[in-house]
Design a protein around this ligand. Structure first.
Ligand SMILES: Nc1nc2c(c(=O)[nH]1)N[C@H]1C(S)=C(S)[C@@H](COP(=O)(O)O)O[C@H]1N2
Ligand SMILES: [Mo]
Length: 305
């Protein structure tokens, strides 16, 4: 899986000691802010693998937490940071159901407890043509899917965001069909790169970034990374997704980053890395092709955009 000569990936999965200590300090400090769920009683065993992380410079935390897309809180980039304080991210439950033998409703802190959290520094490419490098903390989605024992009918995974217009002003307007929905094929969902993020820069996720739990699929456009998830369903048929329902010609189900397939209204060949002046070239699968290209072997990626 890991390619040794990949320039931006480390070639092993061992814990980086400096990082391990630094993160333990950060998490220890965070515990007092009500983030005990991230630390847990087994904090001594927390390891932050860097095996799948990029070594590119992370985008400053200030930008990651103030330049956001989260339409439930408004359509401008600064709306989420301004309005998401109203969201109550505790208590919080996540229902995992559908084609599985052991459907369950997890309290968010129980879900996080006992998970080996990892730091994953991933590139994120928004379909609008900008990008960031974000140090997430989370666990592989495949671990959660395995816990509910999927049946052979589980061919896709459908995700839903919280529906709570009282705390999410954007949901009082029909900008999208609420709740926000996303989906993955089961092999995409169980791919080692696919992360359930619960933290950012070593702290619990800020509300504007999708607290308390959001999806991260770094080889796909950012909108696949659905925020503030309350339901994950294993399903037989390809599920509906919010952006595809809204503009099917512009946003397909797969939404893999692809510089060769333009958005109907703009080119996808280049991107603006937040904090940089000159645009850079966009890479196929956002630079993760050596990990994920096999998932799409034989598929026409123009048709399946
Ligand atoms: N529920 C929900 N999830 C969402 C969105 C949204 O509007 N609502 N926007 C998406 C888009 S377009 C992007 S680019 C990323 C942005 O994530 P960030 O703000 O944490 O960088 O979140 C995605 N997840
Ligand atoms: Mo986006």
């Amino acid at each position: 899986m890991l390619i040794r000569n990949a320039p931006d990936l480390t070639d092993n999965d061992v814990t980086d000691h400096g990082l391990y200590l630094r993160r333990r300090q950060v998490i220890g400090g965070a515990a007092g802010l009500g983030l005990a769920g991230l630390a847990g009683s087994a904090s001594a065993r927390l390891t932050y693998s860097r095996g799948l992380s990029t070594s590119e410079k992370a985008t400053p935390k200030k930008d990651v937490t103030s330049y956001n897309n989260f339409y439930e809180f408004g359509a401008n980039k600064d709306d989420p940071a301004r309005n998401a304080g109203a969201l109550k991210a505790r208590p919080w439950t996540v229902r995992v159901d559908g084609a599985c033998e052991a459907p369950a409703t997890f309290g968010i802190d129980d879900l996080i407890k006992g998970k080996k959290l990892e730091e994953r520094i991933y590139r994120m490419r928004c379909v609008e043509g900008w990008s960031m490098v974000i140090p997430w903390v989370g666990f592989p989605l495949k671990d959660l899917i395995a816990a509910v024992k999927p049946t052979s009918k589980a061919r896709f995974v459908a995700f839903q965001t919280l529906m709570r217009p009282s705390e999410m002003p954007g949901q009082r307007r029909n900008i999208l069909q609420w709740p926000y929905r996303e989906g993955l094929r089961i092999d995409e969902a169980t791919h080692p790169l696919t992360l359930m993020a619960v933290g950012l820069y070593g702290d619990a996720l800020p509300n504007q970034n999708g607290a308390p739990l959001r999806l991260v699929t770094p080889w796909k456009y950012g909108f696949k990374g659905i925020k503030s998830i309350v339901r994950i369903s294993l399903v037989e048929k390809m599920p509906a997704t919010a952006w595809n329902l809204s503009a099917p010609r512009e946003y397909g189900f797969y939404s893999n980053v692809n510089p060769a397939v333009d958005h109907p209204r703009w080119s996808q060949a280049t991107e603006r890395r937040i904090g940089e002046f000159r645009r850079r070239e966009t890479l196929p699968f956002n630079g993760y092709g050596q990990h994920v290209a096999d998932l799409y072997r034989g598929m026409d990626l123009r048709k399946n955009f």
